[in-house]
Design a protein around this ligand. Sequence first.
Ligand code: WTA
Length: 632
Amino acid sequence: MKSFQIKSFEEYQEKYTLSVSNPDQFWGEIAENFKWQKKWDKVLEWNFSEPKIEWFKGAKLNITENLLDVHLEKNANKKAIIWEPNIPSDEAVVYTYKDLYHKVCEFSNALKSIGIKKGDRVCIYLPMIPELAIAVLACARVGAIHSVIFAGFSASALADRVNDAEATLVITADGMSRGAKLIPLKSVVDEALENCFSIKNTIVFPCIKSEISMKENRDLWWNDVLSGQSNECPAELMDSEDMLFILYTSGSTGKPKGVVHTCGGYMVYTAYSFQNVYQYQPEDVYWCTADIGWITGHSYILYGPLLSGATSIMFEGIPTYPDAGRFWQIVEKYKVNQFLTAPTAIRSLMGYGEKYVNNYNLASLKVIGTVGEPINAEAWHWYHEHVGKGNCPVVDNWWQTETGGIMISGLGNLSPLKPTFAGYPLPGIQPVLLDQEGKEIQEHDVEGYLCVKAPWPSMLRTTYGDHERCRLTYFSHYDGYYFTGDGAKRDEDGMYRIIGRIDDVINVSGHRFGTAEIENAINENDLIIESAVVGYPHPVKGQSIYAFVVCEHAYENADDARKSILNTVTKEIGKIALPEKIQFVSGLPKTRSGKIMRRILRKIAEGDTTNLGDTSTLLDPLVVDEIVKNAI
Ligand code: WTA
């Protein structure tokens, strides 16, 4: 354990004050806990107008030395990763820090043997298997920039991401096992790569041992590239501000953005936030149920926990297979002490009743976390009462792909608990609420746009290949502030509650989509003239997708048209982005200048048609009556 773990709420308050008054001293001292090959010249240099953010400038390091090599001396035989397979009767895999070190070194050498070097972009399209962790860490070891792409994305979405990053390698598997299903992956990669010209190789792990085709001179088997490689590999020397990874995420514009994180600051902040939010102790077993395809898996399955020398569980499966007790069975099996999941999983399991939770012994739990979307009061109380048995603090972690680490959250059992509130900012984080004019609201018991007014070590540095887009999306709405896209409430105690997105981003089961991204996908269908997509509240998924589509022949054969649209979205993005409701309309409500009035559509989707506001300025007000009449 590093020495920066906060031990009381009073200490948190002191640290917070110092972090704001003297961030250089505060973060400089925390950074001393890590292994640097060369120390920094300056802790922080920044301006939000370009933006330019540099942490620990001039320092040299490799993050994998900090999460592998440094543990070998005292903790070589401690479990680093426990991998629990999809099918409970299959054998779990346990890697100690020493095992993981050797596995990562071996694969690093394999990467080097096919010409991967510092700065190259490597896409990783793998299921939640140990090889995913190994591949990510091996990229970091050789200085290649990893871009993990969630294995639920379609060929077209994969191709977009490969091309945007101009990646030269894709690491994948033949297929994956998920719940009762086997899902092909290599064939998706093959289809994607028909349109990707930067790729030189793929490395394929035989996960489900299915028949696949291998393209000569391009596709390599995992075991073949590993064969004969040494299990020692010196770590590449990286600058603190060298890119560590790209992670694509959706925003309010059509094309997903490659959010870029760099080495030094990301390392310091993920370890710092992990240890403080989860109050991890050396013998604890920690489990985050996220997928490494998303930021939570990057920061809080791999980097944060391993940098802290923790034992981190990686789970291949889903919460409801073979039944809705699977999570709790795993908690009992490994005596999990800290558990982190998403509200959508909690709500879904809640629907199956308490008997599944009560079947297992959850007494080992000390801290339970929630992340990814706002948690409603009912789910919060169920989680607290039935999973935490009333004894475990619920830490609600608010943050984003762009923030790299948890920004607002309780710290284990140190912080006051308030249902549905994320709570107070972590040390070093300065959230503010802005009003419509962009002025800071000073009072308490208010709502506003959530922004951050000073840099923190793990914040995004750019969007890959398009710095201007980063500036426009995050730093241009309000001068001098990082704009989160979320609305929030601050109560009389100064605690924050996140209300949800105020931009055109929909959060479905914790997965982010831009409305324009889904509209673009739907519009690829030849039947479609035009579409508008909005989110609406959903009891399990948090939000779901409602699509209003203008389509010439739909009224004649609506079922076929609906199926065809669903196929198109599956092909363009993946099943995770399917609209739950599709309504065929003869036109969309537009202003005279042609702008779609989403506010009206959102209200209709929410089922609130009593107060649609002024529709008289619309090009064709009658279209609203028709949409309301046929609303689903
Ligand atoms: C939402 C996931 C309320 C929010 C880590 C944010 C949350 C977006 C919470 C980022 C939370 C995440 N309470 N809302 N605890 N955590 N969000 O990039 O709208 O996948 O902007 O990062 O999810 O989603 P992302």
